[in-house]
Ligand binder design. Structure first.
Ligand SMILES: C[S@@+](CC[C@H](N)C(=O)[O-])C[C@H]1O[C@@H](n2cnc3c(N)ncnc32)[C@H](O)[C@@H]1O
Ligand code: SF4
Length: 439
C-alpha cells in the first residue's frame, strides 16, 4: 500500500499519540493510590439529583473470546444464580440509601445468560424506582436459543456483539463454534431487530488479513439488517496481560487509517456518524443515542463494575465469590475508591468533543471554567499542527484526520479501562474481608 506525504505525517502523528496515551494511562490510571472503602457504618453522601446511569455487570459468558479482556468467567449456573441474588440485594440497598438513576445499562459478559434472573432483576428495579431506559448487552445465539420475547416491555435497547460476519474471523477469535457462521448469526440478529425497540450491533475491525474491501463487505452485511445503531470497535490490545493473546489476531497498527476510511465509506448515506466509533440509522432526524462511555456520571454494581461520579472513581470486587460474600455481610459492593486527576477528566472531554466534531470554547468554559487553550495548551497546538482541527468563526471543527485522532484517543480509553481491570483483579482484599474468607 502506498501513502502520500500527508498520510505519512498523519501516521507519525498517530504513533507519537500512541506513545503519549500509553504514558498517560500508566501515570493517571494507576490504582497504586486506590483506597479501600471504609466499612464503618457511616452514612454515605448521596447526591441529591439522579446519577445518569446505573451500570450493572454480569460477568458470565458461554465462550471466552480471544480478544476480550472484559471481566467475565466461564458460565456456571449455580454460581450465576447466587450472583444474581446478591446483585439484587446490592441494588435494593443502593436504592434504599437514596440513590436515583435516569437509565440502567446492563453490561457483561453476557447479560441474557440466565434470562429468568435478568427479568427478575429488571422487574425489581422498575418496581422500586423510575427509570427512563434499560439497555442490555448480549450475544447473537441468545436470539436463537433464548426467549427474547420475554424481554418485551423490559428492555428498550439491546447491544449485540457480532464482531464480524466473516467466518475466518469468527473462527480465529473463537466465536464460530458457539455462535455459528456469519450467515446463521445474521438470521439470529434479524429476530432481535424485529423484537427489540432499539438494536445496536457491535462490529470489530483491525484483524490480521482484513483489507478495506473485506471491511466494507462485512459492514454491508450489517447494513443489510438495518440495525438502529452500529458500533465499530478497532481491535484494542490493551497494555496488560491480554495484549499477547489479542495481539495474535491483530493487523498492523498503520492499517487503521485506511480501515477507518473503509468503515466510513461502508456506512455513509444510510448511517450518521455520531462519533468515529458509533453510527445511527439516518432517519432524517437526530435519534437519542446515549452511551455509558459519554462521560456522564455512572454508578456501578456487581462484580467487576466501575463507577464514576464527580472526581471519584469506584471499583467493585473482581472476585465473584468475594463479591457475593461482601453483599451477604451487608457491606458495600464497591470495595475501592480512587480520586481521578482533573486533567484525566478534561482529556476525556477532549476525546468526546473531538469525536463529536466540534470544540466550542463557550460550552467548554461554562462546563469547566477554563478555555480550551488554558486546559489543553499542548494538545491544541498538536491538533492544529497535524491538521486535526480547523478554526471556524468562534469554535473549532474536527477534520477527517481529527476524527481518526479521536478514534485513536478512543482506543486509548479502551486500553485504559483494560489497564484498570488488570490492576483491579490484583487489588488485595481488605483486612475485614480476609477475616471473612477464613470463616
Ligand atoms: C463486553 S462485550 C459484550 C457483548 C457480548 N458478550 C458479545 O460478545 O456478543 C462488548 C463489546 O466489546 C467489544 N470488545 C471486546 N473486546 C474488545 C477488544 N479487545 N477491542 C475492541 N473491542 C472489544 C466487542 O465488540 C463486544 O461486542
Ligand atoms: S466478547 Fe462478549 S462473549 Fe466474548 S468473552 Fe467478551 S463478553 Fe464474553
Amino acid at each position: 500500500m502506498t501513502f502520500s506525504l500527508s498520510n505519512s505525517r498523519l501516521l507519525i502523528a498517530a504513533d507519537s499519540l500512541d506513545w503519549m496515551i500509553n504514558w498517560t494511562i500508566q501515570h493517571s490510571l494507576s490504582l497504586a493510590d486506590a483506597s479501600p472503602l471504609a466499612f464503618d457504618g457511616r452514612e454515605e453522601l448521596v447526591p441529591e439529583s439522579p446519577i445518569e446511569t446505573l451500570y450493572i455487570h454480569i460477568p458470565f459468558c458461554h465462550t471466552l473470546c480471544r480478544f476480550c479482556s472484559f471481566h467475565k468467567v466461564k458460565y456456571s449456573e449455580p454460581l450465576a444464580r447466587e450472583y444474581f441474588k446478591a446483585l439484587r440485594q446490592e441494588i435494593r440497598e443502593v436504592i434504599a440509601k437514596g440513590y436515583r438513576f435516569n437509565r440502567v445499562y446492563i453490561g457483561g459478559g453476557t447479560t441474557t445468560i440466565l434470562e429468568d434472573e435478568l427479568i427478575k432483576t429488571i422487574e425489581m428495579i422498575k418496581g422500586l424506582t423510575q427509570i427512563r431506559e434499560v439497555s442490555c448487552e448480549s450475544d447473537p445465539i441468545y436470539f436463537k436459543e433464548g426467549n427474547p420475547e420475554l424481554l418485551n416491555g423490559l428492555v428498550d435497547r439491546m447491544s449485540i456483539g457480532v464482531q464480524s460476519f466473516d467466518d475466518k474471523i469468527l473462527k480465529a477469535s473463537g466465536r464460530f463454534e458457539k455462535f455459528g457462521s456469519g450467515l446463521q448469526q445474521a438470521d439470529y440478529v434479524s429476530r432481535a431487530i424485529e423484537l427489540i425497540p432499539t438494536v445496536n450491533l457491535d462490529m470489530m475491525y483491525g484483524f490480521k488479513g482484513q483489507t478495506p474491501e473485506s471491511i466494507q463487505w462485512d459492514l454491508a452485511q450489517t447494513v443489510r439488517l438495518h440495525p438502529d445503531q452500529i458500533t465499530t470497535y478497532p481491535l484494542t490490545l490493551g497494555i496488560g496481560k491480554n495484549r499477547k493473546k489479542a495481539g495474535c489476531l491483530a493487523g498492523h497498527p498503520h492499517e487503521l487509517w485506511p480501515h477507518f476510511l473503509a468503515v466510513k465509506k461502508a456506512l455513509s448515506g444510510r448511517y450518521l456518524m455520531d462519533f468515529p466509533w458509533t453510527f445511527s440509522r439516518n432517519f432524517g432526524q437526530p435519534v437519542e443515542n446515549k452511551y455509558v462511555l459519554d462521560g456522564e456520571d455512572c454508578f456501578g454494581v456487581g462484580s467487576g463494575a466501575f463507577g464514576r461520579f464527580g472526581e471519584q472513581f469506584r471499583i467493585s470486587s473482581f472476585d465473584i465469590p468475594n463479591y457475593i460474600q461482601r453483599v451477604k455481610q451487608q457491606q458495600n459492593g464497591t470495595c475501592y475508591i480512587k480520586n481521578i486527576e482533573n486533567k484525566a477528566l478534561l482529556q476525556h472531554h477532549l476525546m468526546i468533543m473531538m469525536g463529536h466534531g466540534r470544540l466550542d470554547n463557550r460550552i467548554f468554559n461554562a462546563h469547566t471554567g477554563k478555555t480550551l487553550w488554558q486546559a489543553f495548551p499542548l494538545e491544541m497546538s498538536y491538533l492544529l499542527g497535524v491538521g486535526a482541527i480547523k478554526k471556524q468563526s468562534d469554535h473549532y471543527i474536527t477534520t477527517e484526520k481529527g476524527q481518526f485522532i479521536a478514534l485513536k484517543m478512543f482506543t486509548g480509553f479502551l486500553s485504559g479501562m483494560d489497564y484498570l481491570r488488570e490492576q483491579a483483579r490484583e487489588l488485595p482484599l481488605s483486612h475485614h474481608e480476609v477475616e471473612l474468607e477464613k470463616v
